[in-house]
Ligand binder design. Structure first.
Ligand code: UDP
Length: 480
């Protein structure tokens, strides 16, 4: 009978892309004749780009198929105060029966060797279990965040308040000390249903058949060791196999690359080509990282004063000072109205500002890029690592403060920006100081050298006898 792996990402294009990358990696690297099916929910965070993306993948990779689960709408019981994560968890829970039926139907004609879910899909773990199908998590953040989540049940028992409300510094195995209010976003507030769903997920991590992590052992040795030694788990005798198979980074053909960025793609890529080696600072804050107009102006002034060349991706500004992400990244806006008067004109020989989106992996691979100001989203971190570009770490949301610590203290490939504690604000003087430090100082030079070293380590990890290659082989062995 045909052997199949079923992957189940949570809704949203970002999660789907990550799972597709895993699927492609499994097909490319394992030389095994698996077919792969991705379950896709319908009714929440649907976007036309998903449709075109899956068409593209189905054509280029015939062994990957997509199965649309029947339409369900997010429950009307979800109150307006529920976070997006809480709504997602509930929506995925409501899809449980459909997941079971679809798995059953596939099992009639195939042997399902593994069922791989992401962290929002824990409710599907028991579905796979009850059918005797081994269930694995695909963990799209790094080992430090994995260590943190494995340890969360322990912290939950010790601390009774919401992390967002306390000043305490948390000691988490495999992690640098972390201020409680810098914990990953979905666990900040106990009054949000997402907190309890996350706790449920954390308690179920050790019950899976294995955890596939998009990182590599030498990138985060502290966290990898803490996990291996069982320091993060409530029961050190119950540690599932962990497979560090990264760095897995998205190929070009990202659907969003086609979005209107306000500048012709060719024009800024050819501008980049004409800049001296390692002279350009690239600033980009992920798929939705954004700032208030006040903060944008500070960045602009800091950049201008630094005198460095730059390529800066600016998203539609947020309405208020505290918000650091936008969900609508397609609506047009006027760059001149959100930047200081005359900024674009004064800096036209030094830099380029692009609205909304650039193909990041391609940008980072340009020789002229010498620094990357990043929001510390894990994909961006790995892309910076693979390109060997030194970074300035400017965490905004999600689990990015944890990643920032890893980048600055452990990998030593980044300088951290000083952020105002209350709201994460960064002054123009700080922007100028850190950009100069990265591009001009002795410390910047050391970080650049270290970044090149880590880049080599990444290449080794995915090379013929590298740790990530071996981990993937072990995963396939487990399936067989
Ligand atoms: N990205 C891109 N161009 C942009 C902004 C983002 O190609 O202008 C890609 C980036 O290369 C990465 C992903 O979008 O693969 C962002 O993922 P990450 O985990 O860094 O951050 P998130 O968007 O999830 O916060």
């Amino acid at each position: 009978m045909e052997e199949r792996i079923v992957l189940y990402p949570s809704p949203g294009i970002g999660h789907i892309i990550s799972m597709v990358e895993l699927a492609k990696h499994l097909l490319n690297q394992t030389h095994h004749n698996y077919s792969i099916t991705l379950f896709l929910t319908t009714g929440f965070l649907d976007h036309p780009s998903i449709h075109s993306y899956i068409n593209l993948i189905s054509t280029s990779h015939p062994s990957i198929s997509f199965l649309r689960l029947p339409l369900l709408l997010p429950s009307s019981a979800a109150s307006n105060t529920d976070s997006l994560a809480a709504t997602a968890f509930e929506f995925i829970r409501n899809n449980e029966d459909n997941v079971g039926l679809s798995l059953k139907r596939i099992c009639e004609s195939c042997v399902v060797k593994g069922f791989v879910i992401d962290m929002f899909c824990t409710s599907a773990l028991s579905v796979g279990d009850s059918m005797g199908i081994p269930v694995y998590y695909f963990f799209t953040s790094g080992a430090a965040v994995l260590a943190l989540y494995c340890y969360l049940p322990e912290i939950h028992d010790q601390i009774k308040e919401s992390f967002k409300d306390i000043q305490l510094e948390l000691q988490i195995p495999g992690n640098a000390p972390l201020k409680a209010f810098h914990m990953p976003e979905p666990v900040l507030d106990r009054n949000d249903a997402a907190y309890w769903d996350m706790l449920y997920f954390c308690k179920h991590l050790p019950k899976s058949n294995g955890i596939i992590v998009n990182s590599f052992e030498d990138l985060e040795p502290f966290a990898v060791k803490a996990i291996k030694e069982g320091l993060c788990f409530p029961d050190p005798t119950q540690i599932p196999p962990i497979y560090y198979i990264g760095p897995l980074i998205a190929q070009a053909n990202h659907p969003k690359d086609k979005q209107n960025s306000g500048v012709e793609t060719d024009s800024y890529l050819s501008w980049l080509k004409n800049q001296p080696n390692r002279s350009v600072v690239y600033l980009c804050f992920g798929s939705r990282g954004s700032f208030s107009i006040t903060q944008l102006k500070e960045i602009a002034n800091g950049l201008e004063k630094s005198g460095q060349r730059f390529l800066w991706v600016v998203k539609r500004p947020t309405q208020d000072e505290g918000t650091k992400q936008v969900h609508d990244t397609t609506t047009e806006f006027d760059l001149t109205s959100v930047l200081p008067n005359g900024f674009l004109e004064r800096t036209k020989n030094k830099g380029i500002v692009v609205r909304s989106w650039v193909p990041q992996v391609e940008v980072l691979s340009h020789e002229s890029v010498g620094g990357f100001v990043s929001h510390c989203g894990w994909n961006s971190v790995l892309e910076g690592v693979v390109a060997g570009v030194p970074m300035i770490a400017w965490p905004l949301y999600a689990e990015q403060h944890v990643n920032r610590n890893v980048m600055v203290d452990e990998m030593k490939v980044a300088i951290g920006v000083e952020q105002r504690e209350r709201d994460g604000f960064v002054s123009e003087e700080e922007v100028e100081r850190k950009v100069r430090e990265l591009m001009e100082s002795e410390r910047g030079r050391e970080i650049r050298e270290r970044s090149l070293k880590i880049k080599e380590m990444a290449q080794v990890a995915i090379g013929e006898f590298g740790s990530s290659t071996i981990a993937l082989a072990k995963l396939v062995e487990a399936w067989n």
